[in-house]
Design a protein around this ligand. Structure first.
Ligand code: TA6
Length: 290
């Protein structure tokens, strides 16, 4: 467990896993040290913005189903379809809290992981540990998440994603705007397609867009819009498992699929990143309610 002195408004609780509980003037939230996993974010006066399955595991070695899982050093099964566990091992690692502060009513948290600290985790082979990572979270009226990856002594190649689960009132009455005209890999139907207008949801949806821009989740049922902006991210992933796939996931309630959508800032597949020794790449995603 960390031994950093914590400011008022940030507490470190041990159960069900070591978690930072944030209660500041502008927001509340939770960040697990396990995976540096931002699990909850609720701006003051609003409904929770991040979605969390009631069936999620909260056990070491198991991914948390909801919030913002960090996918690293690969996305899904990897760009060559040969990696396990899905989305890499970093979300299973115990990160360290290195900074905690409350500034202008918002919580600032920095969590860090040295690659070798992931040694022994599933998939954490020797040849993919020569990196370090930091997650920098600013939790207030908006949520800013910065994922910094730094190469160690040798060149480091990776994919990454902030696999964000968003809470919506009803997926049938939700659209994602900002991807019109973008090409995407359709992981359900297969093949490369071009988005025509907003993304709407009539079945299992799993699309990896070539898109660097801002998108908006228009949640008609809740009467709100979640704006997702990002920097240094070449892909936006949109996912809803729909009924059949949700029923097959033990950590996903059978009827929960109607209340969530994933919109993920990523660098995946052909947009993998290669860093020279000692160099750093930072992916930034910001969520804001309208
Ligand atoms: O980002 C969408 C996706 O790649 C889907 O294909 C689905 O596998 C989802 O991630 C969930 O992955 P997980 O490993 O967290 O169950």
């Amino acid at each position: 467990m960390n031994h950093l002195r914590l400011p008022e408004g940030i507490a470190l609780l041990p159960d069900p896993l070591p978690r930072l509980v944030v209660t500041v003037p502008t927001a509340s939230g939770v960040v697990y040290l396990n995976g540096a996993h931002v699990a909850e974010w609720t701006p003051k006066g609003a409904d929770p913005v991040l979605w969390m399955s009631a069936e999620s595991w909260f056990e070491e070695g198991q991914p948390i189903r909801g919030g913002i899982p960090i996918c690293l050093p690969w996305f899904g099964p990897g760009r060559n379809n040969d990696k396990s566990p899905g989305h890499g091992f970093v979300r299973l690692a115990q990160w360290n809290l290195v900074e905690a502060a409350v500034v202008d009513g918002a919580a600032h948290l920095v969590l860090a992981l040295a690659g070798e600290e992931a040694s022994g985790l599933p998939g954490a082979d020797e040849d993919c540990l020569d990196f370090s990572a930091r997650l920098i979270v600013r939790m207030g009226t908006t949520l800013e998440v910065r994922l910094e990856v730094t190469a160690g002594k040798s060149e480091y190649t990776f994919e990454e994603a902030l696999h964000t689960y968003l809470s919506v009132g009803d997926i049938h009455r939700t659209t994602v705007e900002g991807l019109d005209g973008a090409s995407y890999l359709d992981k359900v139907a297969g093949g490369i397609h071009t988005q025509d207008g907003p993304v709407d949801f009539t079945g299992e949806t799993d699309r990896v867009f070539e898109s660097t821009g801002e998108v908006a989740v228009v949640d008609t049922a809740k009467g709100r819009t979640i704006r997702i902006s990002k920097t240094d991210s070449a892909n936006t992933v949109v996912w809803n498992p729909w009924e059949a796939k949700a029923a097959k996931m033990p950590d996903f309630g059978d009827r929960e699929w109607t209340s969530m959508v994933c919109v993920e800032a990523a660098n995946a597949l052909g947009n993998f990143i290669t860093l020279q020794p000692g160099h750093t790449h930072t992916l930034v995603m910001t969520l804001a309610l309208e």
